[in-house]
Ligand binder design. Structure first.
Ligand SMILES: NC(=O)C1=CN([C@@H]2O[C@H](COP(=O)(O)OP(=O)(O)OC[C@H]3O[C@@H](n4cnc5c(N)ncnc54)[C@H](O)[C@@H]3O)[C@@H](O)[C@H]2O)C=CC1
Ligand SMILES: CC(=O)C(=O)O
Ligand SMILES: [Mg+2]
Length: 564
């Protein structure tokens, strides 16, 4: 499929799906609204028509030249954080130019606006702060939730996507309070760059319930609520008021939850997942992209899904979300639920999770093994579990840098011909092992994918391309598919269809091939994922949209970074 183009865009806010109900600005306001600004690309005729004469230098530059200048300015920035700040300023000034740059240089710029640099931007948020973006909601002022959304001036059909975080477990860097807005912004930037979600039809949200990060609370420049995290009933009531406002004001919008703490993420999804169009990216998006990796590992190794033995190190939001999807895949491959669950060993701070493990979380309970299942004389830490279980798949979602040591990986490779090693923790400083090391320790036998972008590894004459097992390869297509289908909710079948579609896009024919498709082709692959999601939604009876020509409808729905 070639990258889709919008059929009709009356201005670069778009028409049809792309239309927003916002009133169009005129005069100087055209230059200050990032959705209408064209800078020096305004033609002479447009300058006269819109009352812009004298407000711009005389030359009219093509969008290509504008993009060239922005690229030069970007490259002159001293480091990745400065590049992120530069790009966010461009984002606030001219969305078309920003997304044009991002789309044209996706492989180079995704790591700047998203993982891993977004982690730095989150930490530095209050210090690099220049202007607001998105909707900030405070637990101390729930009465402001509705007015805050109403102030956007958007009607019930004008919003496709809302990405919300409460910033308790941002990537693997923990609680960074109001800086979490940057993850909602970054996730949405990926939605637009990768899947053409209209930037004027999406809303990043920061649910500021306070922070447990003492350094932020002590920082005079901190721009969030200066108190500890609110929990319990007040937290739940705040989230409920937020959900109610979003679903009433924007009934078609997909609500995406990002980087909530393990105590809240699953609870929130269980409360709302069946009732509204919503999903948790860390649980479900990550589960599905990991499933895609394992599906392709099954193709490479020939070991069926039902025969996999999986060790998950770090049984939190992402780890248990992954376990759930791998368990369900084993059930589809013929095991009963109990047998499939028994093929997954979850290891957390306390070691292997067993029935008698102290401080077991409710969502970990299904994976806690019977106590008599583990020999008394065997250590139940990660090395002990790997040594005893001989896993075929080792997943890292622990935030523990270097936890997959040479001994652990070598021990895995002793018993399994092609071990699948997935150190998924982000950002780079949290990763459980670097691919080059894993490949070296296993003599190139391991099948590796990681959450961050890494360069190919050369070893003994083979080039190993490393797949980026990041939910960013999956959620944009999932979201686009849900929007085009007018889905009532996100079903397990839609997630499975997305995983199968991503897996099917990887070319596994060469030795050293990546388990996942390349980020460079993300726009095309997101469209393919979206088509699979739409079809599954229709099969499962949750698609409300009339679907005549799915491919065409997806192409029409994808916003292009072009001036109207
Ligand atoms: N590649 C991807 O697409 C994704 C990667 N992740 C990454 O996964 C990591 C975890 O994220 P979440 O699940 O949201 O966090 P979480 O806080 O819900 O889970 C982390 C788990 O690791 C456990 N843990 C911490 N220290 C440990 C240790 N020393 N030994 C064993 N277990 C330990 C914690 O107790 C917790 O259960 C993060 O680094 C995040 O960036 C998360 C979502 C998507
Ligand atoms: C990728 C992602 O969602 C995370 O690391 O939390
Ligand atoms: Mg996340």
């Amino acid at each position: 499929m070639t990258p889709p183009r919008n059929r009709a865009q009356d201005d670069h806010r778009g028409r049809g799906k792309g239309h927003t109900g916002r009133a169009k600005p005129g005069g100087r306001a055209l230059l200050t609204d990032p959705l209408t600004d064209k800078g020096v690309a305004f033609t002479q005729e447009e300058r006269e028509r819109h009352g812009l004469v004298g407000m711009l230098p005389p030359a009219v530059l093509s969008p290509e030249l504008q993009a060239r200048r922005a690229w030069e300015q970007l490259r002159a920035q001293p480091d990745d954080l400065a590049k992120n700040v530069y790009l966010e300023q461009l984002h606030d000034r001219n969305e078309v130019l920003y997304f044009r740059l991002l789309t044209d240089h996706l492989t180079e710029l995704l790591p700047i606006v998203y993982d891993p640099t977004v982690g730095e931007a989150i930490k530095r948020y209050s210090h690099e702060y220049r202007r607001p973006r998105g909707v900030y909601l405070s637990v101390d002022r729930p009465q402001d939730i509705r007015p805050a959304f109403q102030a956007l001036g958007l009607g019930p059909d004008d919003v496709d996507l809302v990405v919300a975080t409460d910033a308790e477990q941002l990537l693997g860097i923990g609680d960074w309070g109001v800086g979490g807005m940057q993850i909602s912004v970054g996730k949405l930037a990926v939605y637009t760059a990768a899947a053409g979600i209209h930037p004027g039809r999406s809303v990043p949200v920061m649910l500021d319930v306070g922070t447990g990060n003492q350094a932020l609370l002590n920082d005079p420049l901190y721009v969030g609520n200066r108190h500890n995290r609110v929990r319990g009933e007040a937290y739940d009531a705040f989230v409920a008021a937020f959900v109610e406002a979003v679903t009433e004001l924007f009934p078609r919008a997909l609500l995406h939850w990002e980087d909530f703490g393990p105590g809240n993420s699953r609870r929130i999804l269980e409360r709302y997942g069946e009732r509204i169009l919503t999903f948790n990216d860390d649980m479900q998006g990550t589960g599905a992209i990991t499933l895609a990796c394992v599906m392709n590992a099954v193709r490479v190794t020939g070991t069926p899904m039902r025969d996999q033995r999986v060790v998950v190190f770090g049984a939190g939001t992402a780890g248990v979300g992954i376990a759930d999807q791998l368990r369900d895949a084993m059930v589809r491959d013929g095991l009963d639920r109990e047998e499939a669950t028994r093929r997954i060993w979850c290891v957390d701070r306390q070691g292997l999770l067993r029935q008698s493990t102290e401080h077991l979380r409710d969502y970990q309970q299904p994976y806690a093994r019977p106590d008599d299942d583990w020999p008394d004389d065997r250590p139940a830490d990660l090395p002990g579990v790997v040594d005893h279980v001989h896993p075929t798949v080792l997943v890292g979602t622990s935030t523990q840098h270097g936890a997959f040591t040479e001994d652990v990986v070598r021990s895995m490779a002793r018993d399994v011909d092609r071990p699948v090693v997935l150190p998924l923790s982000n950002p780079t400083e949290k990763i459980e092992a670097m691919p080059a090391d894993v490949l070296r320790w296993t003599g190139g036998k391991a099948l590796v994918a990681v959450g961050i972008p890494v360069a190919p590894v050369e070893l003994d004459g083979t080039t190993y391309v490393i797949g980026q097992a990041n939910n960013a390869l999956l959620y944009p297509g999932l979201g686009l598919g849900a929007v085009v289908a007018g889905a009532e909710r996100i079903t397990d079948g839609m997630l499975q269809a997305a995983a199968e579609a991503v897996a099917g896009l990887a070319d596994l024919s060469e030795p050293g091939a990546a388990l996942l498709p390349e980020v460079e082709n993300l726009r095309t692959s997101s469209a393919v994922v979206a088509a699979a999601v739409v079809r599954r939604a229709a099969e499962e009876g949750v698609a409300r949209a009339r679907l005549d020509d799915v491919i065409q409808q997806i192409q029409d729905a994808m916003w292009q970074p072009e001036y109207g």
